[in-house]
Design a protein. Structure first.
Length: 351
């Protein structure tokens, strides 16, 4: 089961860039997170409830937003733990109608595998019928839903007169952002309402591996704009990328004065690699990296005989990256610079 789940998370990412091999989760960690179905040890006195490790994520860490809400019935009410309070879509504005979206930032990367839903009492206005659930690592891109279906008008057999708490299970998906899309109401009205929502996590999921994308490959992540002469996974002065006497298979060689722009929508955590010069260059160049307009890396006056310098920059949340190589002397703009083994890294679940 353990290996199977890990395989699932790997398959989900094969369409993007390569993964770094990650050791399997230590067994001890799994055992420490005992499922809540375990009976209380007999040694625990009845007056002290047995500790319960819930697969529900801690709602105190959530940041939630709804596409519509009525004053007094804000979206926070669906995450306050109380069945008495609810989120309700705006009913004052007659133009508001389905679909409504509820966006949940769970505050960290987690192995999400379920949603819990408690309808408002008596299944009144807006009680959800059709829904879709999305999970993503980025706040902007949700792709295809991980689950879709319809909630039933079902009463709780143990709490007469109260709606039943319903759970939706779906394949374990690593993400930080959960979107619940409310498509219709049980009574056919134009409203949406929710007494309580939970997000479940798979506490047995294997760690999520780091994901790495070589920008020289120009595959999953492509430049949105290139100004100037560039060579991907190649040199300009010669066919291979040769820096400090070593040949590198990956990297981007550019003519000084060149700018490369990537729109990455906050999906990556770090830029890694080196900056260097092709053999036989002349003059010095300056390497600069900007994340959302802010300079995050600068290497001034890198001469043709200087040893390549490492790049390791945190860019978490950045939507745009710009890589510039500037000639230190306008006459030297025939020179080239190399972004050696330049890559984007998306951190996995382990630090
Ligand atoms: Ca509530």
């Amino acid at each position: 089961m353990h290996k199977f789940k890990y395989a699932l998370s790997v398959i989900a990412l094969l369409s993007a860039c390569s993964l770094v091999a990650t050791a399997e989760a230590p067994i001890a960690q799994t055992e420490a997170s005992a499922p809540q179905t375990l009976a209380a040890p007999e040694s625990v006195p009845a007056s002290e409830p047995a500790p319960v490790v819930s697969p529900k994520l801690d709602k105190a860490e959530f940041k939630v937003v709804a596409s519509s809400q009525q004053s007094g019935s804000e979206i926070n009410n669906a995450f306050d733990g109380s069945p008495e309070t609810m989120w309700h879509s705006n009913w004052s504005d007659a133009a508001q109608k389905h679909p409504y979206t509820i966006d949940i930032d769970i505050g960290k990367l987690a192995a999400v595998n379920g949603l819990g839903y408690l309808p408002r009492d008596n299944f009144g206005n807006g009680a959800v019928k059709d829904y879709e659930i999305y999970v993503s690592r980025t706040s902007g891109e949700f792709g295809e839903p991980v689950a879709k279906g319809s909630f039933a008008r079902e009463m709780d057999p143990e709490k007469p007169g109260k709606p039943k708490y319903q759970k939706v299970s779906f394949p374990t998906t690593w993400g930080r952002y959960v979107r619940v899309k409310v498509l219709s109401a049980l009574n056919g009205d134009r409203f949406g309402s929710v007494a309580e929502l939970d997000v479940m996590q798979d506490i047995d999921a294997a760690p999520f591996a780091d994901e790495i994308c070589d920008l020289g490959d120009k595959t999953a992540v492509r430049p949105s704009e290139i100004k100037g002469e560039t060579a991907f996974n190649k040199g300009i002065s010669q066919n291979a990328i040769v820096v400090d006497g070593n040949t590198h298979e990956k990297g981007i060689t550019v003519r000084a004065g060149t700018e490369i722009v990537y729109n990455i929508d906050g999906a990556w955590d770090q830029v890694q690699g080196f900056v260097g010069r092709e053999a036989g260059g002349k003059g010095a160049v300056t390497f600069r990296i900007f994340a959302d307009g802010k300079e995050v890396f600068k290497r001034i006056g890198h001469g043709p005989n200087d040893v390549k310098q490492p790049v390791a920059v945190d860019i978490a949340g950045a939507k745009q990256l710009v890589f510039r190589v500037i000639p230190d002397n306008a006459a030297a703009n025939a020179d080239t610079g190399v972004w050696v083994e330049l890559k984007l890294v998306r951190k996995g679940s382990e630090e």
